[in-house]
Design a protein around this ligand. Structure first.
Ligand code: AMP
Length: 438
């Protein structure tokens, strides 16, 4: 055997139940987000590096230390996307999506790339699902975004009592500068208790120190001056309305003045959903906020925006910790098993799965000449609800023995009647078959 290879460091293969879980997360997102009026968007996995440098901020860790950047053959700087808000806004400006004042609601799902130190729940290629509401300034857009994020996790199956919604306002260009100076002074006063990076941030961008991954720095920042009391009137009113809308919707949240998201473009409302168990310090399964300045930073007209990103791997870890079943690998409804050696038996089985698939029923058969026992095992693994056994006797009579794997009941069914028999046995199957994409 020749040399074999692993996936690159910090990157994993999604296969088996992991791949099934990723597909299910996307299905849940599609269904939940559609109820809120969202449409899908696909942007390139790479953008011109300036999109991220200007959009996320040159001095952030994400842009400064974590991007996979390279030049194309024409010498233009490109980067693998470390997140997708900048790309979506770049695309929206390019396509004039919000120029008519109507706004756009978009969602995406796909891999992001950050050169971070890999650990549980932190990878260099990781998967995110995100949503962006572009062109909406009203507090109702913030509340809707937060409710949709919560709805996603609940629909995915995470118990509400395991999740905690953190909420804060970061103010805007009017009230943030004075607060930023206060935080810078706080850092200088506590320099002896903070890491070098945090101390340096006093001069570059003090607010980013709130995001330090160091536990001891985080503890110090619990005592940092909060912005909440110093918000300008407009920001304070906006924040109060967002909270009132969440209160009216019955969604609990924790006000956390230390919640300051690391990317430059956030203004006003920021939020995060955390879970307690299983993830250690990587306990944020999703978060986001308002970014009213981003369009202009990317050369567009002033346009408000708000969005979130969900971390797929961490959501999966949270589900495992909560004992919520990840979806199995099986996709087949019917397994057609061959129980005999008669001429043409395998071909007849093959013809039957083809007929079932044409009727919209998921069906598989053995392609490797396995024993009947091994085929039943395979049927189990495939999650089959029915096994259609074709032996010499059944073939002679022109049908199959149909076994219901739950009730263990068996009956002989003519090949011509099998589709209607299956629909009669499980009505949900006929609904599925009429709408084979679901
Ligand atoms: P962010 O874009 O940093 O706001 O991240 C949004 C979500 O993506 C976080 O709440 C995490 O769940 C997830 N996430 C961020 N970075 C990583 C990473 N390196 N590996 C896995 N998940 C990540």
């Amino acid at each position: 055997m020749g040399q074999t290879f692993t996936a690159p460091k910090g990157m994993i293969d999604l296969l088996g139940s992991g791949a099934a879980a990723w597909e299910r997360a996307q299905t849940v997102a599609r269904e939940v987000f559609a109820r809120y009026g969202y449409a899908p968007i696909y942007t390139p996995l790479v953008e011109y590096t300036e999109v991220f440098a200007r959009g996320i901020g040159e001095a952030t860790d994400v842009v400064g230390k974590e991007m996979y950047s390279f030049e194309d053959r024409g010498g233009r700087g490109l980067s693998l996307r470390p997140e997708n808000t900048a790309g979506v806004v770049r695309a929206a400006i390019d396509a004039h999506l919000t120029d008519n004042g109507g706004g756009a609601k978009l969602y995406y799902a796909g891999p992001m790339f950050r050169y971070e130190r890999p650990q549980k729940g932190r990878q260099r290629q990781f998967y995110q699902i995100g949503a962006e509401a572009l062109g909406f300034a009203a507090p109702m857009a913030d509340a809707e975004m937060i409710l949709m994020l919560w709805d996603f996790f609940c629909t995915l199956g995470l118990p509400a009592e395991r999740m905690r919604l953190l909420l804060n306002s970061m103010g805007d260009g009017d009230c943030r500068p004075a607060w930023r100076d206060e935080v810078a002074a706080f850092i200088r006063n506590h320099a002896h208790e903070l890491c070098e990076d945090c101390v340096r941030r006093a001069d570059t961008n003090p607010l980013r120190a709130f995001d330090c991954k160091n536990e001891s720095c985080r503890a110090v920042f619990e005592g940092a001056p909060p912005l909440t009391g110093a918000l300008c009137d407009d920001c304070a009113r906006h924040f109060a309305q967002v909270r009132a809308l969440l209160d009216a919707a019955g969604l609990d949240y924790v006000l956390d003045p230390t919640l300051v998201r690391g990317l430059d473009y956030y203004t006003r409302t920021v939020f995060e959903i955390q879970v307690d168990d299983g993830l250690g310090s990587q306990n944020a399964i999703g978060g986001g906020g308002r970014y009213d300045g981003l369009f202009e930073q990317l050369g567009g007209r002033p346009t408000p925006g708000i969005g979130f990103a969900i971390g797929f791997e961490r959501s999966l870890l949270a589900m495992e910790a909560a004992g919520v079943d990840a979806p199995g690998e099986g996709t087949a409804t019917v397994y057609v098993a061959v129980a005999g050696t008669g001429a043409g038996l395998r071909e007849a089985a093959f013809a039957l799965v083809t007929r079932l698939r044409a009727a919209g029923i998921a069906a598989v058969t053995d392609l490797t000449n396995r024993s009947l026992k091994a085929q039943f095992k395979q049927a189990d693994r495939a999650g089959a609800r029915f096994v259609a056994v074709m032996g010499d006797d059944e073939q002679a009579r022109g049908g199959v023995t149909l076994r219901n794997m739950d009730s263990k009941r068996e009956e002989f069914v003519l090949a011509d009647d099998i589709v209607s028999a299956l629909f009669a046995l499980s009505p949900d199957l006929s609904a599925q078959a009429k709408n084979p994409t679901r």
